[in-house]
Write a protein that binds this ligand. Structure first.
Ligand code: NAI
Length: 346
């Protein structure tokens, strides 16, 4: 039922299975009106096939909106490999997945996501052409670019809410200290923000305490700590009618995909006066980076970083329109995406 609820006019979903090599992979193609489907591959030990299916359907839909709002000529796609990245991600599994990508014959382009590292992407690239964000001749790990966009977007949200984007003394709660979360912490710390952090990986939390003087919070509490800004940089499905009443931060601005349990929950955030930077707008830097690699003429870092500076401008326009129309920010953002897709279709 949950998977059916997440199904939203997807064009295609493929399932790849190789029992011998331990692969169960789902590739979701949501919408290709604007171009070929592009989106990362997640490796995660979902508790069931259905949970993996729900994840891939929600993630691939998010990519359609992300590319459309960012003005990129790509459609929405995403892959989920149901496996524990720490235990099950063998070379044989990645090899089987590369063969699946080859079989999809250019209908889906991928890159890194949670659980799939730059080294994995390089390994796959040697066996399948349709993966970007690789180090050999590619644009590299997109996470630092994602973090830059999130950082600029977070400052735009702060400026919109408080009239200034000065971070000195501003308390930011960061959930997840992986590739994006860590890089975001570096940038926040460099501009004088105070940090409170959590990760299920306690070593990462210790490192953040030592490196940034960050306060440590329990992974179960980080969403609800007293902070000015909450930056979710782990997994999605965080904000719902259960959790929203308990939030204390006035701004949500982070990298995680699918932060809302349901699209409609953004209204609850608005009613509580919490400014929500729509996830697929603020975290589009990584997509901009891999899309640049696939563009005619090839990858150009400077042009990509210029494109990333559009993120705070886009967000500010969304915040202003949402205020003027008294509508949730993600509704305004999805209108922009839908209009671009409708324009292209007509
Ligand atoms: P990552 O795998 O490097 O880091 C995720 C971190 O979250 C890990 O340290 C993990 O231990 C931690 N984590 C997982 N569950 C947690 C929980 N319940 N509480 C606290 N920490 C938890 O992933 P990455 O690449 O940093 O991505 C983070 C988020 O940003 C994901 O939702 C991803 O889809 C999204 N994103 C990433 C992009 C990129 O360029 N890497 C681009 C756009 C979105």
């Amino acid at each position: 039922a949950a998977a059916l609820e997440a199904y939203d006019g997807h064009e295609r979903v493929w399932c790849g299975r190789d029992e011998e090599r331990g692969l169960v992979a789902l590739v979701g193609i949501h919408n290709t009106a604007l171009g070929p489907a592009l989106g990362g591959t997640r490796v995660w030990p979902h508790e069931s096939f259905e949970a993996g299916m729900t994840d891939v359907l929600r993630l691939s839909r998010g990519m359609t909106y992300k590319a459309a709002v960012a003005g990129l000529p790509f459609g929405g796609g995403k892959a989920v490999i149901i496996a524990d990245p720490k235990k099950d991600k063998t070379e044989a599994l990645l090899e089987a997945y590369a063969e699946m990508l080859v079989a999809l014959d250019g209908q889906y382009y991928t890159g890194e996501d949670v659980g799939l590292t730059l080294a994995d992407a390089d390994f796959i690239r040697e066996r399948a052409p349709n993966i970007s964000g690789t180090s050999k001749g590619g644009s590299g790990n997109p996470s630092p670019v994602t973090a830059e966009g999130v950082f600029l977007g977070l400052k735009a949200a702060l400026a919109h809410k408080s009239g200034s984007d000065r971070l000195a003394g501003v308390l930011v709660a960061v959930q997840g200290l992986g590739s994006v979360g860590w890089s975001l912490c570096e940038k926040l710390h460099a501009e004088g923000a105070e940090l409170v952090v959590a990760d299920i990986d306690t070593d990462a939390v210790d490192r953040a305490a030592n490196t940034f003087g960050a306060r440590m919070a329990d992974a179960g509490d980080i969403l609800f700590v007293e902070a000015d800004i909450l930056a979710p940089c782990a997994l999605g499905g965080l904000f719902s009618s259960d959790t929203i009443p308990q939030l204390k931060a006035g701004i949500i601005a982070g990298a995680a995909n699918n932060q809302l349990a349901r699209h409609e929950d953004a209204r609850l955030l608005m009613e509580r006066g919490i400014l929500y930077a729509p996830d697929y707008v603020i975290n589009a830097g990584g997509l901009m980076n891999v899309a640049a690699e696939l563009a005619p003429g090839g990858y150009n870092r400077e042009a990509t970083m210029r494109k990333v500076t559009e993120i705070p401008r886009t967000l500010t326009a969304i915040f202003q329109k949402a205020d003027a129309e008294k509508r949730p920010t993600n509704e305004v953002a999805s209108d922009i995406a839908m209009a671009r897709i409708a324009d292209k279709r007509s």
